[in-house]
Design a binder for this molecule. Sequence first.
Ligand code: GDP
Ligand code: IMO
Ligand code: MG
Length: 434
Amino acid sequence: MTTLAVIGTQWGDEGKGKITDYLAEGADIIARYQGGNNAGHTIEVGDEVFKLHLLPSGILRKGKMAVIGNGVVIDFDVLKEEIAQVTSSGRTVDDLVISDRANVIVDYHKFLDGAEERARGDRGVGTTGRGIGPCYADKIARYGIRVGDLLDEEVLAERLDLVLPMKRRYLDVLGDHRAIDRDGLLTRLLAHGRELGGHVTDTSVYLYDAIQTGKKVLFEGAQGNMLDIDHGTFPFVTSSNTTAGGIANGLGIPPQSVGTVIGVLKAYTTRVGSGPFPTELEDETSEMLMRRGGEYGTTTGRPRRCGWLDLVVAMHAVRLSGITHFAVTKLDVLNGMDAIKVCTAYELDGRRITHFPASLKQVERMVPIYEELPGWSDWDEGGSFNIAQEGYDALPAKMRSYLDFITEHTGVPVGIVSIGKDRNETIDLMGEKW
Ligand code: GDP
Ligand code: IMO
Ligand code: MG
């Protein structure tokens, strides 16, 4: 198999961008298959810092093709800003292809995202406000505007004339009475089509041919398995299938094309936005994790809620996505702690359970069952650790035991260990991957 998937196993922000960028070195093509600019993937390359929301993280490596698949929802204003960010660093986006079937985020999706959140009041999802949910809702309801529509004025005008009156009425009901300029919108969307139309193609055909001819394709997930629309903590989720199942639909390729699946697992847990989080901490440990881990949203800047590692959540991802290896990130953030807790099960109404229930009422009553593991000293203080020279065996023994514990409980080997933001702060235990 010549494909590799990188997906988030928790509630997002596990470090997928860093791991994708690291693995992209060996890939020919990097493809995003779901989500939109709700995602925020931070990649540090030497002194350069990139925050990508839509462009596949592989765009930073020379000579790689980048694909935005049909399952992604695209805000063209954001895409253009991001292209500018990448090109101003001296790189090119010549090798970017965009699916003609991807749905487009239009202004009214963003207005609706805000209006619907306000209508939900204190039961709000805490969305990123980027119009993601309303855009996916339109796709399912068959009112969406697709990338291909931006290339044909007649088709686009007809779509807008069908959709806009409905959006105006719905926004009105939700108390948002602003006017939407139909002609202005049409002109802007057509301009996007003219400007980026050269990148638009049938990416399913492109990928099929690429996989048939043995090209190495890296699938880059956004968000995390617990934010999956079907399998996450509904309704506190995003609006796409973040699990490995989303890859085939989101790129228009057969499910058998998905080979190795690397589940990115942060060494502790974070969550942005509302919703259940069983191992959440609200004490000095949480503050320490937030501070040392720089846990502020890449997209919205909101502080991320922090807590202990939850292996019930990790197992949920293993079952849903067929994780073959974990990439464990941010282990360095745990340096210097006396003891580290890991949740291995929950107690629910006097019973021990090892799966994540669908009912949020049950989730509210659940109490995490922890095992306590010894911490390790902070090598940063001594400044003596050098990955390039010393590698895995030189990691603190107790850190290696922490990784062993993850594998014992999940049956999934750790393939990649990340102990810093930079590409170089990565230990690869997988060897041959493709
Ligand atoms: P993503 O959405 O999964 O790509 O993750 P984000 O980019 O939103 O958040 C992860 C943050 O952690 C980014 O700022 C990364 O630069 C940083 N990061 C990734 N891996 C490591 C690591 O091993 N150690 C530390 N300290 N930071 C890391
Ligand atoms: P990456 O790819 C973390 C969360 C939002 C909110 C919920 C729904 O960087 O890991 P949406 O705007 O999608 O309708 O918001 O999902 N969320 C994320 N949390 N990382 C992300 O992406 C997220 N994308 C969406 O905070 O709780
Ligand atoms: Mg992120």
